[in-house]
Design a binder for this molecule. Structure first.
Ligand SMILES: NC(=O)c1ccc[n+]([C@@H]2O[C@H](COP(=O)([O-])OP(=O)(O)OC[C@H]3O[C@@H](n4cnc5c(N)ncnc54)[C@H](OP(=O)(O)O)[C@@H]3O)[C@@H](O)[C@H]2O)c1
Length: 320
């Protein structure tokens, strides 16, 4: 496999291979839509095709500039495959300027489906997948499998901190060998944030993946401030609370004050709530539907919510 992956602080020298076909991530700070809105404020209607481009943020000190809306694959890519749209979910995301695709060996066939969906557009994607096993040996095998699917893995994360001491040593070696771009760690539960913080303090990881939404705000206490201070990249899982927050009783009129922020749907309001905290670099909502990929990508741009708009979304979600 010859994919050279993204340019990061750990692999900053372009190879002849990637020099010949420049990555779209080298210098831009905007992606996706290409025509700025008339006002220049990004306040164009969602889905217009004439929107301000998808905003990019640097994934921590070591990472590249990435679009703020990514794509999760837990359960939803397999669901899309069941209805024959997995490939379309992935290519629609790429077409919208989404570049971060998150997966894991825990997600059934998702890693393979993602590789298949990316096909010969692999170079446009920043693949973030995971090692998820208590066994050091199996961890190395999972990396080999990911290498077969993607070539260099742009971000390899230790899923749920399982056996992180063992996997970290193996991943540091893989990073030196340029089989892995960045190293990260993830956890879904606040009960593990103490351990996650300890790992962050070692200076050995480049990025974390944590849950953040109006119902789960524990990362505000310690994890987000630490990530900012240490220059660690932040991926946000569960922006819709695994879909639970989307069931809140929110009516179109409730969203009226948010229209000027490009928000047309409740899902967009929740996603914008997350990304309006600039300590969060990329949110990775999962969906099985191409039209929702577009809906989610549409909100990844200025203007961002201030405290009042965020408070309104929290209230509408049932949390004040
Ligand atoms: N490391 C970890 O421990 C961990 C844990 C959880 C998740 N993650 C990662 O984070 C990703 C996101 O989290 P998540 O999948 O748990 O939950 P989520 O993204 O908060 O919510 C996904 C749900 O939202 C629905 N949805 C998506 N866009 C929508 C829209 N515009 N309108 C209405 N419904 C919409 C999806 O259904 P449809 O398919 O019907 O659109 C799905 O049911 C995962 O896929 C995974 O990659 C990591």
């Amino acid at each position: 496999m010859g994919n050279p992956g993204f340019q990061t602080a750990h692999s900053a020298v372009p190879s002849p291979e990637n020099g010949a076909e420049p990555s779209p991530f080298n210098s831009t700070t905007v992606k996706g839509g290409v025509v700025p809105s008339e006002s220049g404020t990004g306040r164009s209607p969602a889905y217009s095709g004439l929107m301000a481009p998808l905003e990019t943020r640097r994934l921590g000190r070591s990472g590249p500039e990435l679009a703020v809306v990514g794509l999760g694959t837990w359960q939803r890519l397999e669901a899309a495959a069941a209805s024959g749209t997995a490939g379309s979910v992935v290519t629609t995301a790429l077409d919208e300027g989404v570049d971060v695709f998150d997966s894991s060996p825990m997600y059934g066939r998702a890693e393979a489906l993602l590789a298949e969906g990316l096909g010969d557009r692999r170079r446009e994607a920043f693949v973030a997948t995971k090692i998820w096993t208590p066994s050091a040996e199996e961890g190395a095998t999972q990396l080999d499998r990911a290498w077969d699917w993607y070539g260099k893995v742009d971000l390899m994360q230790i899923h749920n901190l399982v056996a992180w001491q063992d996997h970290l040593v193996m991943l540091e070696r893989a990073r030196e060998e340029d089989r892995v771009g960045l190293i990260g760690a993830t956890h879904y539960s606040a009960s593990a944030f103490g351990e996650l913080a300890s790992l962050m303090e070692t200076g050995r990881i480049d990025a974390i993946q944590i849950p953040y939404n109006p119902a789960q705000r524990e990362v505000e206490d310690r994890i987000l401030p630490m990530a900012k201070d240490l220059g660690i990249g932040v991926l946000v899982m569960r922006p819709f609370g695994e879909g639970g927050l989307l069931r809140a009783d929110v009516r179109p009129d409730d969203l009226e004050p948010l229209r000027e922020y490009g928000v047309e749907t409740w899902a967009q309001a929740l996603l914008k709530w997350v990304l309006s905290d600039r300590r969060c670099h990329v949110a990775i909502p999962a969906t099985s539907r191409p039209e929702r990929v577009r809906e989610n990508a549409a909100v990844g741009r200025e203007p961002w919510f201030g405290p009042d708009e965020r408070a309104l979304v929290s209230r509408l979600a049932g949390y004040s």
